[in-house]
Write a protein that binds this ligand. Structure first.
Ligand code: AMP
Ligand code: MG
Length: 400
């Protein structure tokens, strides 16, 4: 059997970042920057007031109370040059440019609020309530680096440095296709011998959570031709494809039957539980990566976490590798088959009294037990060479 780490390495060797694309800033949410973004100007671009108040010469208000003539107003957006002579003040609003000659702002709260003359009750030291040009960003400073995931704050600074368009790695478009003659659509009556189709919903959600765009292609029966026709039709819009089911050792395995003859998809047994039968390769003229995951719901989920999620990161130009783990003490003895790495569904509890984290395996470790998966928030990793671990043993845990 192929080791888990080698399967992931093979996948990461075969997928690369998607070609960069210029998009409108509004459309960049969730994408990954494909360029360094610098500011063409300092931010703020000019010295301006941090408060509503009066622009003054600090030395004129050193001794208070003092009453001084108000020669005018400067509002935010005023572009005209105005200068302040000794003994004079102007009203000034937040964000308005500081007049030449002024070196402090007295907040309106420290005054009687006068418009012709103003009484100032507290001295303002030089620099008071002034936002200096360039104190956020200097001209030419890189504000966002290539490889940064763009969230709302990153959209903000892109616009803040004047960008309308930006070069990104787009969110990979991932088509999810389930197979199985036994699958009924949720929301429709359950036929005899049927179960409701859940994997494509789960995997599309996992794709979206991983920062990519998921499209549910629904499910097909176990007819290899129907599978292949649907796959062909879906390839047009896909940067990657995930299939579920139809790759085991039995009969009626449409994914294996349809893709094996192509010679571009490899079906293997990976030394893991759940999720042993795995397939990976490329399909279609554009050589779109395809992950053929086993159909058992827990198997497909664990396979996604271990193999597809890192690949989606690589396609987005992000650092990619095995999922991050934490260490925790297991609250009950666990068993694991020899020669396979186990991923047990578990509940990880955060450290509260400095006693360290603990992790409790959930009841129901079968690869079909979806409710147990839904009750878990972590996977306990039991190495290939361990067949049992006692209560209290330190284990590696993948938080979900
Ligand atoms: P397979 O990998 O096709 O042999 O399927 C393994 C098991 O997973 C069977 O019990 C299937 O009924 C179940 N299964 C396969 N696909 C799905 C799906 N999309 N949703 C829920 N269960 C599935
Ligand atoms: Mg099947």
């Amino acid at each position: 059997m192929k080791p888990v780490d080698r399967h992931l390495a093979d996948i990461l060797a075969a997928v690369g970042p998607l070609a960069p694309l210029e998009v409108e800033v509004e459309a960049a949410l969730g994408a990954v920057l494909a360029e360094d973004v610098a500011s063409p100007v300092p931010l703020p671009p000019f010295d301006n007031s941090a408060m509503d108040g009066y622009a003054v010469r600090a030395r004129d208000v050193a001794a208070v109370p003092v009453t001084l003539p108000v020669i005018g107003d400067v509002a935010a957006g005023d572009g005209g040059l105005n200068a302040l002579g000794p003994g004079l003040v102007t009203r000034i609003m937040t964000g308005a440019p500081l007049p030449a000659g002024a070196d402090a702002v007295v907040p309106v709260e420290w005054t009687d609020g006068g418009t012709a003359r103003v009484r100032i009750d507290r001295p303002a030291p030089p620099g008071n309530a002034i936002r200096r040009a360039g104190e956020d960003v200097r001209a030419g400073d890189v504000v966002l680096r290539e490889g940064t995931r763009i969230g709302p704050a990153q959209i903000g600074i892109l616009a803040g440095v004047g960008r309308r368009r930006v070069l990104v790695r787009p969110r990979p478009r991932v088509v999810v296709l389930s197979t199985g003659a036994e699958l009924s659509e949720p929301g429709t009556p359950l036929g005899a011998g049927h179960i409701w189709e859940s994997n494509s919903f789960m995997l599309v959600a996992a794709v979206r959570e991983a920062g990519a765009e998921g499209f549910r292609a629904g499910s097909v029966t176990d007819d290899p031709k129907e599978f292949m026709d649907t796959l062909d039709a879906q390839l047009l819009r896909a940067d990657a494809v995930i299939t579920s089911g139809g790759v085991s050792m039995g009969a009626y395995e449409p994914v294996k039957e349809a893709l094996s003859p192509l010679g571009t998809v490899t079906f293997e047994k990976v030394a893991m539980q759940p999720g042993m039968p795995q397939g990976f390769g490329v399909v279609g003229p554009d050589r779109v990566p395809i992950f053929t995951l086993p159909g058992n719901p827990v198997s497909s989920f664990v396979s996604f976490v271990l193999f597809v999620k890192p690949a989606l990161r690589a396609m987005q130009g992000l650092p990619a590798g095995p999922p991050a783990t934490v260490r925790a003490a297991v609250t009950a003895p666990v068993r694991s088959p020899a020669g396979k790495r186990s991923y047990l569904r578990a509940v990880l509890s955060r450290d509260t009294e400095g006693t360290g984290e603990t992790v409790a395996p959930v009841t129901g470790q079968g690869s079909h037990q979806l409710a147990a998966l839904a009750a878990a928030n972590a996977l306990i990793v039991v190495p290939e060479d361990e067949t049992s671990l006692p209560e209290g043993a330190e284990v590696e845990v993948i938080p979900l």
